[in-house]
Design a protein around this ligand. Sequence first.
Ligand code: FES
Length: 74
Amino acid sequence: AGPINHIIRKDEKKVTDVVDVEDLLSMIKPGGKISFCRCWKSQDWPYCDGVHKEHNKCTGDNVGALNIVRKKTS
Ligand code: FES
């Protein structure tokens, strides 16, 4: 098997990120969501831009985003 990452931050030895949960809360409106890319092909990394659909169609793969949702407050 070869690399799965062909475009994202290739100058780094390892691509890792830290996300503070409080920052996530401030980024997502109540009832909203944020989607993080897991296919390594997004042009809007680290966010999903939907390109995984074309990847899946072309390759028969089944990858998709990590969707983090925030419940509506009452
Ligand atoms: Fe990568 Fe959607 S673009 S998971």
